[in-house]
Design a protein around this ligand. Structure first.
Ligand code: MIG
Length: 777
């Protein structure tokens, strides 16, 4: 790749910007109330305020007309009826729920939002809401010295985004993914502010190109959009977990994915033939390396036509898929949005005759070049088209396919702008509008079409969707991988904050291409990356055409053995991970989280990029650089135990930890527990015996958690076919007490008990008061 030369900073190139003039919303003229909505008429525009719950308030400014309140692509709930009190004084108009006070200053119109503890969480002062003649809308908010910013979807760089300016415009970025690379594949215009240990969130529900400027000033930050309304929600928190629950209450949570999709995925651009795929599968079986999924990249198709197989390369896909299934392996094919312009191709024929493709206002179909050559693009903004696309997936499901991989859905087009012409007019279910407005939701709506279509076609089985592009709410349909990274140690390092911030943005099921997509990986990098991958929510090894093959056995036995150990470990931890996925599906909390989520009062966690947590009690401290076998680990409050050695470590301290190539330093908090199964074989992955490992603690420690399981494949959990056990562990100087607080559901797993194992103590174990080491299920 060629970068710029020094000419880029030629002294003659500096150009002075003309000052940008914003028009302020002005003064309050009058207030009216319609149902649960307050409408503020100001000199230069109108502002609506709605409480969604007592902890979530929405503010919508429209400079031209009454705010439009019903067109969100992201929000799936309507405002609840919230009890509020209002107070009209000479200078202010205040609205108050039990959790939030909206303090509205009349002249000029400024909104300050105060939480239940009297803290001003969001405040406007010199600048408030404003707009420009070109349609841009902007909100300025005061920034405090102790503000730290997180979320923003998929971004490069560090965890804390203070000092950054972030752009949201779904973009296919093959390269580079640098700290300064801004817009990537996913746009999630949402962030969480952590201030003095308390958190609140702001979701800017605008699908145009948006910007979040946490950089230009130390006194204020801003968020802006190239068009549309200034429409945002404030979530009161005050705990980071509550912020996320509030945000995912609005935008939805991940449906429980099929358990197989939590396993190890092997991919390559591309495994090009049936013969190659069979050989690959056989290798996994022979070597006893776990694998749940093999991905088929674009070579499986006939001339890159979606919903086809190339009959020369894949003469009998049905047979391949069923043979692999017997080996315990599923096949997930790639599906791009571009439909080849080919008058003899049924999908194109139908798309044209049924008027399903994106068009210009004049009626001409938009064509762009992608893999199949000149292609048209389904207009996913239209319900009718989503249904059509969804139904087409019967092609795959009838062959036994249960998962789909959506790529290029930014949408990516091979041209200067890298995407569809922004003048294309989407039908948008009766509210036609341009691609400029709907670009950022194209991938989300393709995801909706695909997930819903697959669900329908699979008749009771859970579909799996992997998507590259998305918007706020993408978690409702699919898991997200972070696109075309490279086999660089820097990209392994960057993947941690990237995945953690995605988790803080409501997307729990994510991960990078393990080993790196482009560039040649190497033995050590792949091994270290596989150790991390074993604990990222989505775990897929994927590499690009023209670069080294990177299956776990490509670098010799020594490395293979280590990678095998960690991929197997993924399955040993499956009961724990699945319970965390359940939690994500219920509460929106991420599986993989930054330490600040559990320790928001601990400043040392605020920008901790090279460690992460799985749930609330396990810390991973991987090695992320070459030739390194020692690293610094920060452990927060509590006492910690090394998972590998059983050694104790004191909290609120930095430790120097040794880790040979085969070691991934894992720490479990004393007083807590993890649920572990075992690895059997590829053909038989079900958990047969379940162990609860309790890490004994001396200082009295109470720990509560929920273990969850079900058949992992169907929706029958919705009808009570699940097992949910709420547990409490009371670890003290002379005993370990386990209390089964609640056991629920009709699912009968093949293990019939939970065996209790204690690490770090020989004290007696009491289960519901009786000495025992077995919980009968
Ligand atoms: O840039 O389908 O991010 O995972 O292997 C090429 C080929 C298009 C981009 C995806 C990558 C995939 C590749 N695709």
């Amino acid at each position: 790749m060629l970068g710029d030369t020094s000419f880029a900073i030629h002294p003659g190139k500096e150009k002075k910007d003309n000052a940008v003039i914003y028009r302020d919303i002005g003064d309050l003229v009058h207030v009216e109330k319609a149902g649960t909505t307050y409408l503020f008429q100001c000199t230069n525009g109108k502002v609506a305020i709605q409480f969604y719950t007592d902890s979530i308030v929405r503010v919508t400014m429209n400079q031209k007309q009454n705010p439009e309140l019903n067109h969100s692509k992201a929000v799936i709930v309507n405002p609840e009826v919230v009890a509020v009190e209002e107070e009209d004084t000479k200078e202010t108009f205040n609205v108050k729920s039990s959790k939030l006070v909206l303090h509205v200053q009349k002249k000029p119109f400024r909104i300050n939002i105060i939480d239940q503890n009297g803290r001003v969480i969001v405040s406007e002062d010199k600048h408030g809401m404003a707009y420009r003649e070109n349609g841009e809308v902007i909100a300025f908010k005061q920034m405090e010295e102790n503000d730290h910013f997180y979320g923003f979807g998929e971004k490069s760089g560090h965890l804390n985004k203070r000092g950054e300016r972030l752009e949201m415009w779904n973009t296919d970025v093959y390269a580079p993914h640098n700290p300064e690379t801004n817009a990537l594949y996913e746009s999630i215009p949402y962030f969480m502010t952590l201030r003095d240990g308390k958190a609140h969130g702001i979701f800017f529900d605008n699908t145009f190109r948006t910007f979040f400027d946490m950089k230009t000033s130390e006194d204020y930050y801003s968020f802006s959009a190239e068009g549309g309304q200034l429409d945002y929600y404030v979530m009161a928190g005050p705990h980071p977990k509550m912020v996320l629950e509030q945000y995912t209450y609005l935008t939805g949570r991940m449906p429980l994915p099929p358990k197989w999709s939590l396993g190890y995925h092997q991919s390559r651009y591309s495994y090009e033939t049936e013969v190659e795929v069979r050989e690959l599968a056989k290798n996994f079986i022979d070597k006893d390396i776990p694998v749940d999924v093999i991905h088929l990249d674009i070579h499986y198709m006939n001339g890159y036509r979606v919903f086809t197989f190339d009959k020369e390369r894949f003469p009998n896909p049905e047979k391949l898929i069923s043979d692999l299934k017997e080996m315990g392996i599923r096949v997930v094919p790639i599906v791009d949005p571009g439909v080849k312009k080919d008058s003899e191709y049924p999908i194109y024929q139908e798309g044209v005759s049924e008027d399903n493709f994106c068009k210009y206002i004049e009626g001409d179909i938009y064509y762009g070049e992608v893999w199949p050559g000149i292609s048209s693009f389904p207009d996913f903004t239209e319900e009718r088209v989503r249904k059509w696309w969804g139904e087409k997936h019967a092609f795959y499901t009838s062959m036994g396919i249960e998962g789909i991989w959506n790529d290029m859905n930014e949408p990516a087009v091979f041209n200067e702008t890298k995407t569809m012409d922004v003048e294309v007019m989407h039908r948008n279910d009766g509210n036609p509008t341009t691609h400029r407005e709907l670009h950022n939701v194209y991938g989300l709506l393709m995801g909706k079409a695909t997930y819903e279509g697959m669900k329908e076609n699979l008749q009771g089985k859970r579909p799996f969707l992997l998507t590259r592009a998305g918007f706020a709410g993408v978690q409702r349909y699919g898991s997200v991988w972070t696109g075309d990274n490279r086999s660089f140690w820097e990209h392994l390092q960057m993947s941690l904050p990237m995945v953690m911030n995605l988790g803080l943005s409501g997307v729990a099921f994510t991960g990078p291409d393990v080993g790196g997509f482009a560039h040649d990986t190497n033995a050590e990098l792949l091994t270290r990356w596989t150790q991390v991958g074993a604990f990222t929510p989505f775990f897929r090894n994927h590499s690009a055409i023209g670069f080294r093959y990177q299956e776990p056995w490509q670098f010799g036995e020594k490395y293979e053995a280590i990678m095998k150990k960690y991929i197997q470990m993924r399955y040993v931890w499956m009961p724990q991970l699945y319970s965390l996925f359940y939690q994500a599906s219920k509460q929106g909390l991420p599986v993989m989280r930054p330490l600040l989520m559990e320790y928001p009062d601990d400043e040392k966690t605020y920008n901790l990029n090279d460690q992460f947590m799985i749930g609330d009690n396990v810390i991973m401290s991987p090695i992320l650089a070459p030739s390194l076998t020692d690293r610094v680990v920060y452990l927060p409050k509590g006492e910690w135990v090394s998972y590998a050695t059983g050694e104790s470590y004191e909290g609120e301290k930095v430790h120097l930890v040794h880790a040979e190539l085969e070691d991934l330093p894992i720490f479990v908090r004393k007083g807590s527990a993890v649920m572990q199964g075992e690895w059997n074989s590829n053909q038989d992955k079900a958990t047969k015996s379940l162990t609860m490992k309790i890490y004994a603690s001396n200082p009295d420690e109470n720990y509560r958690f929920t273990f969850y399981d079900d058949d992992g494949e169907t929706f029958s959990y919705e009808n009570g076919e699940y097992l949910k056990v709420d547990l409490e562990i009371k670890s003290s100087e002379d005993s370990i007490e386990v209390v089964v607080l609640d056991m629920e559901g009709n699912y009968k797993p093949s293990y019939q008990e939970i065996r209790v194992e204690v690490i770090g103590s020989n004290n007696p174990v009491l289960i519901n008061g009786k000495e025992s080491t077995v919980i009968k299920l």
